[in-house]
Each structure stands twice: as structure tokens, then as C-alpha cells.
Design a protein around this ligand. Structure first.
Ligand SMILES: [Zn+2]
Length: 438
């Protein structure tokens, strides 16, 4: 039997130590955290390897060998955190103080809190002394917050044993919340794709005291206005359909699953219940956000050129090329020059898997009122690298965040409640144990 009071204290101590190691990226300096974790694992006789992608940029791989009956499970995490301006915090961001039932500090949610849960899932299984049906590999990577070049992207080129053969990945990307009084755990099985594109228009240069009809800024304003008024059509992926169906069921509503107008009913349901929730609305459509505009240098000089950059996020089923053509049709001006800056295809893992059922069952055992739903996230995580290789990857951070808590992530006063840390560790441990048949 596990003495959970003692384990909770151990997890707490581990998280406090991890927060105190400043891994703000840049520069990252994850090696210090990696060396600390290596000692923790050594004291439990768990094998580790350090992979240094650049001086100071440490990645750690720890493993619990299995009997090979099933393919490996990877517990994924990142060690780096985003910057914190301590002047704005009510508890210093790298002091990991406990107050009001929370551990406060940068990385408490994103994602040293989950890393602590993963570390203890491995340690607790090791302490049982039994051999799991599959190898369990913990990967604590560098550089996630700055694009993963020194982290997962680099790690995947190192041919780390077991990684490419993995059946499942559990990573960050899905947190729980309270919806109409129901605790809802999101299991993020999909991520939207990305299209970053620059549009450029020209105008006649000259002295601003003598206006020209083709002022580049005014031309761009007209075009951006077309984009602003454009209403993208509904674009439901399997993940979004299932998410909405599950939520309707949890709220006691009946939607006809085989109805011809299913998508329409789902849209109505989403508008009624999640009209103001931007994260849910973002699941339903391809989106366009103009984020940068540049033109002109002097007050009295007509600009020769005006550029705007659009950040577009694409639902599964839409390609960057296909969506670019749609934007071009909306803008409807053949003189615009287009430049694609970056693209990424959306990714989606199936939910009819053993792991998904185990997650649902475990959540319900530990938190009987709760439901677990699939989730398409508007932003991207490292999971996309694995999904592209055909590995089922879920973003599943088993905590329930109250209103306003998620904004603290990447914001000020980031913190995790002790209750979440304790319950999350249990849920993750039981899930890993169950799916590894220990
Ligand atoms: Zn993160």
C-alpha cells in the first residue's frame, strides 16, 4: 500500500526544489535541473541518461524497463519556463513559497507541477518492484518555450532507444476546469495547424502634403477590414464533435448523434453554452488574427509599402495551402504580394484507445463527479512531433483549474494548489500503472 501522506510530502518537496532552480528560457540552463533530477532517480535506482543539446541545455531521459509485451509509454515534459518579473508577484517567482494552500512560482503549472507528478509515477512504480508490460520512459526536455530546437526537435534526431517505438505519449496541453459545476478534465488529443503569412501592398511614394489615391496604409486598411468582417465557415473536426457531444451529455442535454444536422446542432449548443469562451470557439473554426502591421517612417513621407502579418490557426482537415487560397479570395486583390512565413499541419490522435478509456475510468474513480473529454487545442505543444510519427499523444495534466488560474500561466502569480498536486499525482500514477499492467 502506498502511504499517500508521505508521497504527497515528497512530491511537494520535489516541486519546490524544481521551481527554485531557475530555468528561465532564454537562456534555459536546464542542465542544473537535469542534474538534480538525475540524483533523485539515482537514489531510487532508476536509470537515467543526460543529453546535452548545447552547453547548459540539458535533456533527461529516465526509464523503467518493461517485459516488452507492449510498446513503450513516454511521459513527456519540459524543464524550461518563461520569464517572470518578480516585482509584480506577491510571492517571489523562484522561491516556491507555500501560502493559502498553493505552491507559488514560475513553472508551478507550466510545467514543473506535471513533471513532479510524472517523476513520482515512475518512482512509485519502481518501488512496487514489479516489471511493467511496457517500458516507461520519462523525457524531461529543454527549450519548449522557445521552439524546442534544443529540446524535443533535437532529441528526436538522437535516436533515443524506445522513443520512436512508443505507443503512447502523455504530455502537457489539457487541463481541467469546472463547467456548470461539473469537473471536466480535458484530454488534448489534437492541436490546430498554423499558417503565418505576410501580405504586402504598395503605394506611390511622395510628399505627404500631396496625397496620392493609392496610399499603401489606406489600401491595407481596406483589405484588413475585409478580413475582419469575414466569418469563417464552421469546421468541426472529429475531436470537436466528440468534445461537444460529451459536454452536452454531461449537462444532461440530448443531441441526436446520427442526425443529418448534427454539426448545426453542435454549433447551436456551442454558441449557447460557450459563446464567450474563446478556447471553445477556436475549436470550431479556422481563425485569422492580424498581429503585426508595418508602414511608413516619417510623418511627412507617403509610405511606399505596407505589410501586415496574419496568424492563422487551422482545424484538422484544412491545409495551409487551402486556407491561404481562402484568405486570398476574401482579400480579393490581385496586387497583394503574399509570403508564407511558417506552416504546421494540425495533428489529431484517435480517442478510441485503451489509454483514453483508462484515463476516463481513473478520473472517475478518483473524482466521481468528473468527466473526461477530448480536446483540440488552439496552440501547439511538443506532442505534434510525436503525432506526426503516428504515435498517440495526449495532453493530459490532471488538475482542475478554477476561473482565472490558467491566465497565471505565462502571467503573474503562477501557482498550483496542493490539492491539485496530490489528486493529479494519484490520477497520473493510477493511469500509468493501469496502462502498463503493473
Ligand atoms: Zn508548457
Amino acid at each position: 500500500m502506498i502511504n499517500w501522506d508521505r508521497v504527497n510530502q515528497e512530491v511537494r518537496d520535489l516541486l519546490i526544489d524544481l521551481i527554485k532552480i531557475d530555468t528561465t528560457n532564454p537562456p534555459g540552463n536546464e542542465l542544473e535541473a537535469v542534474k538534480y533530477l538525475q540524483k533523485v532517480f539515482e537514489s531510487e535506482s532508476i536509470d537515467t541518461t543526460i543529453y546535452e543539446s548545447a552547453p547548459g541545455r540539458g535533456n533527461l531521459v529516465a526509464r523503467l524497463p518493461g517485459n516488452g509485451k507492449r510498446r513503450p509509454l513516454v511521459l513527456m515534459s519540459h524543464l524550461d519556463v518563461v520569464t517572470a518579473n518578480s516585482a509584480q508577484w506577491s510571492h517571489p517567482p523562484f522561491a516556491a513559497e507555500i501560502a493559502d494552500g498553493y505552491i507559488w512560482g514560475r513553472g508551478a503549472i507550466d510545467m514543473k507541477g506535471m513533471l513532479a507528478m510524472e517523476v513520482f509515477s515512475l518512482i512509485l512504480l519502481k518501488r512496487r518492484g514489479l516489471t511493467p508490460d511496457r517500458e516507461i520512459i520519462l523525457v524531461a526536455a529543454a527549450d519548449e518555450e522557445a521552439g524546442s530546437e534544443q529540446g524535443v526537435e533535437w532529441l528526436l534526431k538522437q535516436n533515443i532507444p524506445g522513443l520512436a517505438a512508443a505507443e503512447y505519449i502523455i504530455n502537457e496541453g489539457g487541463e481541467g476546469k469546472i463547467d456548470d459545476g461539473i469537473p471536466v478534465y480535458a484530454c488534448q488529443n489534437g492541436e490546430k495547424g498554423v499558417l503565418w503569412v505576410k501580405m504586402k501592398v504598395h503605394g506611390s511614394p511622395g510628399h505627404a502634403s500631396m496625397p496620392s489615391k493609392d496610399n499603401a496604409i489606406i489600401r491595407m486598411a481596406v483589405l484588413l477590414n475585409r478580413i475582419g468582417r469575414y466569418k469563417p465557415e464552421l469546421s468541426l473536426s472529429e475531436t470537436t464533435r466528440n468534445f461537444l457531444l460529451e459536454m452536452a451529455k454531461a449537462k444532461g442535454l440530448r443531441l441526436m448523434k446520427d442526425s443529418k444536422n448534427l454539426d448545426y446542432s453542435l454549433q447551436m449548443f456551442a454558441n449557447r453554452h460557450y459563446g464567450k469562451e474563446r478556447s471553445v470557439q477556436a475549436m470550431l473554426y479556422n481563425t485569422i488574427s492580424p498581429t503585426i502591421i508595418r508602414a511608413g517612417e516619417k510623418t511627412n513621407v507617403l509610405p511606399e509599402v505596407c505589410e501586415a502579418i496574419l496568424d492563422c490557426r487551422l482545424t484538422p482537415g484544412e491545409t495551409p495551402e487551402g486556407f491561404l487560397n481562402k484568405i486570398k479570395a476574401v482579400v480579393n486583390d490581385s496586387t497583394v504580394e503574399w509570403e508564407v512565413l511558417q506552416t504546421a499541419e494540425s495533428t489529431e490522435s484517435p480517442i478510441n484507445t485503451e489509454l483514453f478509456s483508462i484515463i476516463q475510468k481513473t478520473v472517475q474513480t478518483i473524482n466521481p463527479k468528473a468527466v473526461t473529454v477530448p480536446y483540440l487545442s488552439p496552440g501547439a505543444t511538443d506532442s505534434r512531433y510525436f503525432r506526426k510519427q503516428g504515435i498517440t499523444a495526449y495532453g493530459f495534466f490532471p488538475i482542475i483549474l478554477l476561473e482565472g488560474e490558467l491566465q497565471r500561466m505565462h502571467g503573474i502569480n503562477e501557482r498550483i494548489s496542493l490539492e491539485n498536486l496530490e489528486q493529479g499525482t494519484r490520477i497520473l500514477y493510477e493511469t500509468v500503472k493501469e496502462v502498463s499492467k503493473v
